[in-house]
Design a protein around this ligand. Structure first.
Ligand code: ASP
Length: 316
């Protein structure tokens, strides 16, 4: 089977609807790119001559940096644009920006945008391959892939595991992408959080929903904590940060409810002392920095697969 037939898509917009074969093919490709970042010379010629544009309309540390490093380690030319220093501040529309960038012949556009659906809108209107690097509260597919990659490395499998995703599920594109991918790969997913921070369609997404964290942690193999996304809250969702941390924060006593070999994850950035006790974040069971390392390998795999596709497409 060719890489193309395993992942027969032009873009990576979300985990919803992506089948296990396609997702696993990306995880397996990431496995083969993982060691590149640990070598003395962290570069392979795979995407020489290709161009990747990172177009970020929202703040980012890990995602933007790792897409940039991933592209550079594949020898692609990588350009970074952040909305705050682009013509977006002069009122240029997203579509005009994309059409202008497209005129410079990029192979891949990596887009982060506060509006859910923005990458899908762009994908329908450009020749470039589009990667969703986080759209509003909708999806963050490469985060789910790097999470699955990290779980698979730590546990040796994903099927049959119980994954508790805890905290501000409502605003979390990470939780949405993860529930789709983890269920596709055979894991059981639990969502736990205050009901004010639980999406109304949580059960329809296939997760078991808990309004307290303790029962969700019981017997879990993986505990994934989510950041409280204050920037997306317009009204009052929580009585206070202190009360939230007291009732929903991950501490040693709560972690003891999970399996003794459970791993702890967080997509970052963390609110230390709010959703997670710093001693747990930095503790022996934390794989939070492994997630960050996995991010480069996973994004290399995705860029490789999509840029190869774009390259193979016949010229218009
Ligand atoms: N970095 C992740 C995201 O962009 C998670 C977060 O911001 O809390 O969705």
């Amino acid at each position: 089977m060719t890489a193309r037939s395993l992942y027969p898509h032009r873009h990576l917009l979300g985990m919803e609807g992506l089948d296990a074969v396609a997702a696993t093919s990306l995880l397996d490709a990431a496995e083969s790119f993982f060691d590149v970042s640990r070598r003395a010379v962290r570069k392979v010629p795979t995407l020489r001559g290709r161009t990747v544009i990172n177009l970020f309309y929202e703040a980012s540390t890990r995602t933007r940096t790792s897409f940039e490093l991933a592209g550079k380690r594949l020898s692609a030319d990588v350009i970074n644009i952040s909305a705050s220093t682009s013509s977006a501040v002069k009122g240029e529309t997203l579509l005009d920006t994309v059409k202008n960038l497209e005129a410079m012949q990029p192979d891949v556009l990596v887009i982060r945008h506060p509006a859910s659906g923005a990458p899908h809108f762009v994908a329908a209107r450009t020749r470039a391959a589009v990667i969703n690097a986080g759209d509003g509260t909708h999806e963050h597919p490469t985060q789910a892939l790097l999470d699955a990659f990290t779980i698979r490395r730590a546990k040796g499998k994903i099927a049959g595991l119980t994954v508790a995703i805890c905290g501000d599920v409502l605003h979390s594109r990470v939780a949405r992408s993860n529930v789709h991918l983890l269920r596709t790969l055979g894991a059981k997913v639990r969502f736990a959080g205050p009901l004010t921070l639980m999406p109304p369609d949580a059960a329809a997404l296939g997760a078991e929903v808990f309004s307290r964290i303790e029962p969700a942690l019981e017997g879990a193999d993986v505990v994934m904590m989510l950041r409280v996304q204050n920037e997306r809250m317009s009204g009052t969702f929580l009585p206070s940060t202190r009360e939230y941390s007291r009732t929903f924060g991950l501490n040693a006593a709560r972690l003891a409810l999970a399996r003794p070999d459970a791993i702890v994850m967080h997509p970052g950035p963390m609110n230390r002392g709010v959703e997670i006790d710093p001693a747990i974040a930095d503790g022996a069971r934390s794989v939070i920095l492994d997630q960050v390392e996995a991010g480069v390998a996973v994004r290399m795999a995705v860029l490789w697969r999509l840029a190869a596709e774009a390259h193979e497409a016949p010229p218009a």
